[in-house]
Write a protein that binds this ligand. Structure first.
Ligand code: PEP
Ligand code: MN
Length: 344
């Protein structure tokens, strides 16, 4: 249920509505917009149905949210996109995020060199995996705590906020020390215990679409995090499994406008894991940026031939600046611009 307050509603009237929702055993999620305050009431249907707030002081109207995801739905914010400022970098509502860095943190030199290159080219977030989900249990699965330490050093040096994956709830305290955004990988999109714990920690989160997940399932995963009172959730399209085998996954470009129609949350595209090979990464990035994605997350390595993971798809560090300038131009076609505000 969504309680839309009158523009003239007082703080006391807003508090009274929140009290009423919570007294009935539901949870209130107030959203203070520039003009209006909207209060989402979520919980068991039995609780939410008896709110009786129609005509209450300061209440303009009470509207049911028909979608199964409530807090993630576009309706909740009356079609206004969420804009997040994470560690000085903005994303959403016209602010384009360029998240770049190695697939995996391998060595100090590789991590710091890549961080310097992506920062100089205008990236607004540094990506890098310390805990890696690998299809083979014999694959290199990341440096763990040492990888986090190197990411912390790269962050200190460049000022870029860090996005890194948390694979297991047991690693969460350590990952939280370094991550500005916690990545939930495609394989964990429906790990509901992890989503709930990460929701509770209140840290910004990016959820990657599962290999065979529908957009509704992705939005329900976001709802798990939002329901815990964590409002900073980014969605990521990273390619889905289809019958086509000419590339690793099929990048679902339609997901960009459709998710933006269904939800107020920013939508990032990962062309690297969709493509699986370098030559496809730039065309997919340009298409995604021009289609209105709120950001791109892309893999970059100083020597992809020697990468311990995903070498064939990582962009060459020395080609990254040209790539980045073309992506920024494509984003501009959709009315989006990079607006980092590092230090703010
Ligand atoms: C990654 O971004 O490092 C990754 C493993 O991606 P995905 O979960 O989309 O496969
Ligand atoms: Mn990778």
């Amino acid at each position: 249920m969504m309680i839309v307050m009158k523009p003239t509603a007082t703080e006391a009237e807003i508090d009274a509505v929140i009290d009423r929702i919570e007294t009935l055993g539901a949870t209130a999620h107030p959203i203070f917009g520039t003009e209006l305050t909207v209060i989402g009431a979520v919980g068991d249907r039995a609780h939410v149905e008896h709110l009786d707030l129609d005509g209450a002081p300061g209440v303009d109207r009470v509207v049911p949210i028909l979608k199964p995801y409530k807090l993630a739905s576009a309706e909740l914010r009356q079609g206004e996109p969420s804009i997040f400022n994470i560690g000085g970098s903005r994303i959403g509502g016209g602010h384009f995020a360029l998240m770049a860095g190695p697939c995996t943190v391998e060595t100090r030199e590789q991590t710091l060199d890549t961080a310097d290159v992506v920062k100089a080219a205008g990236a607004t977030f540094l990506r890098g995996g310390a805990y890696k989900p690998r299809t083979s249990p014999y694959g290199f699965n990341g440096l763990g705590q040492e990888g986090l330490r190197l990411l912390a050093e790269a962050k200190e040096r460049t000022g870029l906020p860090v996005i890194t994956e948390c694979l297991d709830v047991r690693d969460l305290p350590a990952v939280l020390e370094v991550a500005d955004v916690l990545q939930i990988g495609a394989r964990n999109m429906q790990n509901y215990g992890l989503l709930t714990e990460i929701g509770r920690c209140g840290h910004p989160v990016m959820i990657k679409r599962g290999l065979s997940a529908t957009l509704d399932e992705l939005l329900m995963a976001a709802e798990y995090v939002l329901k815990e009172g964590n409002p900073t959730v980014i969605l990521c399209e990273r390619g889905i499994r289809t019958f086509e085998t000419a590339y690793r996954f099929t990048l679902d470009l339609s997901a960009i406008p459709v998710l933006q129609e269904l939800s107020h949350l920013p939508v990032v595209v990962d062309p690297s894991h969709a493509a699986g090979r370098r030559a496809l990464v730039e065309p997919l990035s340009l298409a995604a940026a021009a289609a209105g994605a709120d950001g791109i997350i892309v893999e970059v390595h100083p020597e992809p031939e020697h990468a311990l993971c995903d070498g064939p798809q990582q962009l060459r560090a020395d080609e990254f600046a040209d790539y980045a300038s073309r992506v920024v131009r494509a984003a501009a076609l959709a009315g989006n611009a990079i607006q980092a505000s590092v230090g703010v």
